[in-house]
Design a protein. Structure first.
Length: 607
């Protein structure tokens, strides 16, 4: 797990060093800067495999030079294949395997990779740079391009060539709480979308992007439930096993949920020694799962570390969030994620997590919405629209607003999109043309559950969950590996009947039935509370003054396309306890802090 940088802009070495120092947390073990031809390569190393200096980067082999971030979990298999072809190796890590694999197969090496990765390889003979990002966007890849000049980096902050705000991206953020790929908060900087390769031709001064992987039309496997459960269990065991390859101490994140319990249980079985598990607890019982996690740990025999998180601990993470996330990012669960990684780093450098299970196995609460409204949206629009008007006369008007919005949805696809962009926009004018980058969910499956899951994977997983985990872990130089994000599991889950995963309100049915083999059902079958923090209460109480100060009229009027009048009403209603608008207030607050951090707004005394 590292940070990469590459440019053909003629910076001095000290300038590149300063850029890398701004994201030093991604790789504190070694900083490598190397000039090759007219290119400058930079690399920050967090040593996980082959801790020797021989595996430092940038790494060269013949006419190739690489900077690589991530892990290739099946590198041993690929290495054996290359050795059979006559290649020799001087390291025991995966970077050399990737480099020599590219020498042998060119871009054909990418489909062979099972891992999380973002890399750039320069061929000094062809004068071409080949880049690739993993299938699910676990590892970040930013690039700037203008008139043949480029910068490539693992984070946005070191890319310095464009500081013009992308106003459309701000609107996307206000809808989604993040900026979705391929966009960034800046106009001429982009994210390479997951499952894509990027090739730069330095001779023609042009670049091309080509997709190598995507979700595809769902085909039912036809497996019986017991066959599906057996095959999935074997896949999960292998996904965990190959992610336990490490030359540094490791552990697992363990909450009170199904996913982390299953991953930790399998890891405990696979590991020759008792594993270390880590959990965060909260003082407020509405949010606390620590007691359940402690039960899990006792059953699987792990060495468990529990941290009870107090409000002040979480609040201390807000400046860190703004510093390490680069773009506005308003998933409030990033705060406890930062704290969890801060604690974990005292014990281990690598941890397994349960991230990704909800997307494939229908675990999120919005799948309950799908169950409730799948029949409603079959009713003709004119009937539903008429019924929604009757709700106006309900004396509890504020309570009926969400229902009215659902009644007024025109199509199944609009319903699914609304789950992720919201049914209540803060914008003066909403334009969802950017969603065309994610319209596969309208084509791959006719099943409402699966279509929702597909957009979950393509939009939310990459841009929210993976960003949250990457930045929160990297902020404290921890590598997090997620077995549920093994592309084999993603692909396999989509071939299973929805009834194997969700039935009668029972989410993640097949995972629960596998977990029974490790933990008694009465222990894990408790209400899931989520990795949430009491943002709504903080806004009204502990942070009331902070929010009022940072959400001044002066700032709000500078935010493009924000419906200031509507937002101020929502903010006031929230402060007075009339409605819970915490999600909306939080995202505008985070935007304010981001504006200040990156020099786009300076508070005045009047503010």
């Amino acid at each position: 797990m590292c940070g990469i940088y590459l440019t053909n802009i003629p910076f001095e070495e000290e300038e590149v060093k300063t850029k890398l120092e701004s994201i030093q947390f991604r790789g504190p073990d070694h900083t490598g800067i190397k000039k090759v031809s007219d290119l400058i390569f930079g690399h920050l190393r967090l040593s996980i495999l082959d801790l020797d200096v021989r595996s430092h980067q940038p790494m060269q082999f013949e006419n190739l030079t690489i900077v690589f971030n991530g892990e290739i979990y099946n590198f041993s298999t690929i290495k054996a294949e290359l050795e059979a072809l006559g290649y020799l190796f001087t390291t025991t890590g995966d970077t050399e395997v990737l480099l020599k694999g590219y020498q042998e197969w060119g871009e054909g090496v990418v489909p062979k990779l099972n891992g999380m990765f973002a890399f750039a390889i320069y061929n000094s003979v062809t004068r071409k740079i080949f880049c690739s990002r993993d299938r699910l966007g676990i590892k970040p890849f930013y690039y700037f391009w203008k008139d043949g000049q480029f910068e490539i980096c693992s984070q946005l902050r070191p890319i310095s060539q464009n500081k013009k705000l992308n106003e459309e991206a701000i609107s996307m953020y206000l809808d989604c709480t993040y900026v979705p790929s391929p966009f960034t908060i800046y106009q001429e900087v982009h994210k390479l979308s997951p499952g894509n390769n990027l090739e730069i031709d330095l001779i023609t001064q042009k670049y091309t992007i080509k997709e190598y992987w995507n979700l595809k039309e769902v085909t039912d496997s036809g497996l019986s439930y017991e066959e599906a459960k057996l095959q999935l269990h074997e896949l999960l065991k292998d996904a965990v096993k190959i992610r336990l390859q490490s030359d540094v101490p490791f552990g697992t994140f363990l909450s009170g949920g199904i996913d982390s319990a299953l991953i930790s249980s399998i890891a405990a079985k696979v590991s020759e020694e008792p594993i270390k598990t880590f959990s965060i607890g909260f003082e407020d019982p509405k949010y606390d799962e620590s007691k359940i996690a402690a039960q899990f740990a006792k059953i699987i025999g792990s060495v468990h570390t529990e941290t009870i998180c107090k409000t002040e601990h979480i609040l201390e993470m807000i400046p860190k969030l703004v510093t390490v996330y680069d773009e506005p990012f308003a998933d409030s669960s990033a705060l406890p994620s930062l704290l969890l990684n801060k604690v974990t780093k005292h014990y281990v450098t690598m941890a397994l997590s349960g991230d990704g299970g909800d997307e494939s196995f229908l675990g999120y609460n919005h799948f309950d919405w799908v169950a409730k409204f799948k029949n409603l949206i079959k009713v003709p629009f004119w009937v539903r629209a008429g019924a929604s008007k009757l709700l106006v006369f309900n004396i509890l008007k504020s309570k009926t607003q969400p229902i009215k919005r659902i009644f007024n949805i025109k199509s199944k696809n609009d319903f699914i999109a609304g789950i992720f962009v919201g049914y209540n926009s803060l914008l003066k004018k909403r334009n969802l043309d950017w969603m065309k980058h994610y319209n596969g969910y309208t084509l791959w499956s006719k099943n409402l559950f699966q279509a929702t899951a597909d957009l979950n994977i393509k939009l939310w997983l990459e841009n929210d969950s993976n960003v949250k985990v990457d930045r929160a872990s990297m902020a404290y130089s921890v590598e997090v590996r997620s077995p549920f994000l093994d592309y084999r599991i993603i692909e396999f889950a989509r071939t299973l009947s929805v009834s194997y995963r969700y039935v009668s309100g029972r989410k993640k049915k097949i995972l629960r039935d596998i977990l029974k083999e490790y933990i008694p059902e009465e222990v894990f079958n408790q209400p899931k509370k989520g990795f949430a923090v009491p943002i709504g209460t903080w806004i009204r109480e502990e942070l009331r003054g902070e929010f009022i100060e940072n959400l001044s009229d002066d700032f709000l009027n500078q935010v493009p396309n924000l419906n200031v009048v509507k937002f101020k009403k929502m903010f006031q209603d929230h402060l007075e306890g009339k409605c819970d608008y915490s999600s909306y207030v939080w995202r505008v607050y985070v935007l304010s802090k981001w504006y200040q951090e990156f020099g786009f707004y300076k508070k005045t005394n009047a503010s």
